[in-house]
Design a protein around this ligand. Structure first.
Ligand code: BDR
Ligand code: CA
Length: 315
């Protein structure tokens, strides 16, 4: 069972990913680190604690990290996730204290304490991980794996034509992390191909009558109308990243390419350069999940919401 630190800018899809990571027996979430991104930082922290509580994992330490990108200004994505990040009507106050320590220090310390044993599951901008790397440049040799939801691999981004949100928010961090670590990338394009929750899926959740189903419907209420206009569907990029880490059979095609990120301000800020044709001559060390079993992923989510047992969906 992988020992995992989940780094998150906890809003709607991050929260579902956290619940999944905690409820599956395939992963062991040892800490959660919060980074600036989707909504106001203090909200993200509360959202993370609330999601952990719902998953019966309230004792998982939550470390607060970077409250803004390394170098650039950024904007939240409240219009996607709703004010507060959980749909717009839910503002939990858990009363749970954050763990003592700065998230990047904690990431570095935990990886050093268990070389080769800790996997990072990164669901937000990569600021915390870049700061951890600055503290300990040997981190790439110490981590087991680094899974990143981010980037737009040879496709249109979701925040600008060039860029996906997590890489756009902190392109400097994204570049440093993607360059230094052997990252596995779960990008926006894959999410749109394999992680779309449809109106039929929403109907099934509507009949479930569980706390997790209610939380899902509440937290998705803003994203549901935002992302696809009139169509009642919503993309679950962070949940997909968690599921692909937990369940290797869901990975249908994974290829390794030279990948880097454009950190410059302007039109191409956060653009993911993925050299599928090998024209750059650069070192290929980034694994890109190119195809995934989207039906199985949705089944995992539904089993999680219905029975608190995501593993029950798979053989
Ligand atoms: C990513 O951006 C955030 O809004 C989501 O939580 C996800 O991590 C998708 O671009
Ligand atoms: Ca996220």
């Amino acid at each position: 069972m992988d020992s995992v630190i989940v780094d998150t800018d906890t809003a709607s899809d991050d929260a579902q990913a956290l619940v999944l990571a905690c409820l599956t027996d395939r992963l062991s979430v040892e800490a959660v680190t919060v980074v600036a991104g989707n909504v106001r930082f203090d909200r993200e922290v509360e959202n993370a604690k609330y999601a952990l509580s719902l998953a019966g994992a309230a004792d998982t330490p939550v470390y607060e990290g970077a409250r803004g990108p390394l170098l650039k200004e950024f904007e939240h994505a409240q219009e996607v996730h709703g004010e507060g990040g959980l749909g717009g009507d839910l503002f939990p106050k858990t009363g749970i204290d954050s763990a003592a320590g700065f998230a990047p220090d904690e990431i570095a310390a935990r990886c050093r304490a268990a070389p080769g044993k800790v996997t990072l599951l990164c669901l937000g901008p990569l600021t915390n991980v870049a700061l951890a790397l600055a503290r300990d440049p040997t981190l790439p040799e110490l981590v087991e794996e680094v899974w990143v939801m981010g980037g737009a691999v040879n496709c249109q981004g979701n925040v600008t034509p060039a860029a996906e949100f997590n890489f756009w928010v902190d392109p400097d961090a994204a570049k440093r992390v993607v360059d230094a670590f052997d990252v596995t990338l779960v990008d926006w394009g894959l999410s749109v191909r394999a992680a779309v929750f449809t109106d039929a899926d929403f109907e099934r959740v509507g009949t479930m009558d569980t706390d997790l189903a209610e939380f899902f419907l509440d937290s998705m209420s803003a994203a549901r109308t935002h992302e696809t206009g009139d169509i009642d569907s919503v993309v679950q990029p962070d949940g997909l990243a968690a599921a692909l880490l937990a369940y290797p059979p869901l990975r249908e095609r994974v290829a390794t390419y030279p990948v880097t990120v454009d950190e410059r301000a302007g039109l191409t800020r956060g653009y993911t350069s993925v050299d599928v044709a090998g024209v750059t001559g650069e070192d290929a060390h980034t694994r890109v999940v190119e195809a995934a079993d989207g039906d199985a992923f949705i089944d995992v989510l539904l089993a999680m919401l219905r029975d608190s047992d995501p593993d029950g969906a798979l053989p």
